[in-house]
Design a binder for this molecule. Structure first.
Ligand SMILES: Nc1ncnc2c1ncn2[C@@H]1O[C@H](COP(=O)(O)OP(=O)(O)O)[C@@H](O)[C@H]1O
Ligand SMILES: [Mg+2]
Length: 292
């Protein structure tokens, strides 16, 4: 059971734990005490307005940014304070928000670069084979320049590249950005497939409704704080969140059901994140009653 079930999520213990993280750039803090978890075997989707700090959060996890306070840990081992290279070695790979392929290089060269820290040549070759098994359509593009591919195709190549390290945690920053709805579906299918192949996924999505539908867990980040966390379905169906981020019009795909007023109220950060991370009083009611 993955994306569409409204039932309690059956993913495992937290793979990644983010505790009271305060982080930012020279000008000041962007994250003001973020606490959340990414569950083993699940897809956790972080949504929130532009500038909320979503990419900053991902940068903090992947070692690009050191948190000023707080801690990030992967299965009990500290991640914060490690270099990006060390984080990669621990099996955590980020596919960044902006197109990150070398346009003048071939698709094959780009993918092989994803395995640049692999010391054994033979291992890199085997990884390439298994990556192409997972994304057979990429095989046809191997000899093409990456810059000649469509946006959706480039996304798949970026996914293929990140899999060269056989990561246990794949972090995707707005993979659907700039894609048409049809292409978006193929990218989301690829995310689901990576998850089925055993990758734990942390996903940031502007396309909040589609992202949450795909996900076992959802987190709403607002002004560098966790506003709400719960199962993907709980966050998706939260009336306030719906009004704020998901728009009035529901563009539900067939069979996904339409969120309505009878939808389960979201659990404020319960089970998925600590409720103290900047959640306003009205949200912190333990009974899960949604504020209206
Ligand atoms: N490299 C940077 N240097 C300084 N400020 C930054 C940098 N990157 C992002 N910011 C600022 O941090 C805030 C959060 O940005 P970001 O994490 O990219 O938000 P989101 O991904 O949610 O849109 C914004 O105010 C942005 O201007
Ligand atoms: Mg961003």
């Amino acid at each position: 059971m993955t994306s569409r079930s409204a039932e309690p999520v059956t993913t495992g213990a937290p793979a990644l734990e983010i505790q009271d993280v305060v982080a930012g750039y020279g000008g000041g803090d962007v994250l003001h005490g973020v606490t959340m978890q990414v569950y083993e075997g699940g897809i956790t989707c972080v949504v929130g307005p532009n500038g909320a700090g979503k990419s900053t959060l991902l940068g903090t996890i992947s070692g690009l940014l050191n948190p000023r306070l707080g801690r990030v840990s992967l299965r009990g081992e500290r991640l914060s304070g490690k270099s990006p290279r060390q984080v990669l070695d621990m099996g955590v790979v980020l596919v960044p928000q902006n197109h990150s392929l070398f346009r003048e290089m071939t698709v094959r060269e780009n993918i092989v670069l994803g395995g640049y820290i692999l010391r054994q040549r033979g291992l890199a070759d085997r990884r390439l084979d298994s990556v192409l098994e997972m994304f057979p359509q990429v095989t046809e593009w191997l000899g093409k320049k990456a810059g000649s591919l469509s946006g959706g195709q480039q996304r798949l190549v970026e996914f293929a590249r990140c899999l060269m390290l056989d990561p246990s945690l794949v972090i995707l920053d707005e993979p659907s950005m700039g894609l048409s709805p049809k292409v978006l579906k193929s990218v989301f299918d690829a995310v689901r497939m990576m998850n089925k192949q055993g990758k734990t996924i942390l996903l940031v999505e502007q396309n909040a409704r589609a992202g949450l539908r795909l996900s076992t867990h959802g987190v709403v980040l607002e002004n560098g704080r966790v506003r709400l966390a719960g199962s993907g379905s709980e966050v998706l169906h939260h009336p306030e969140i719906g009004a704020l981020y998901l728009g009035g019009a529901v563009t539900a795909p067939p069979g996904s059901g339409t969120p309505g007023p009878d939808a389960p109220a979201a659990v404020p950060a319960a089970g998925a994140a600590a409720p103290d991370a900047g959640v306003a009083g009205s949200e912190s009611a333990a009974n899960g009653t949604a504020p209206r």
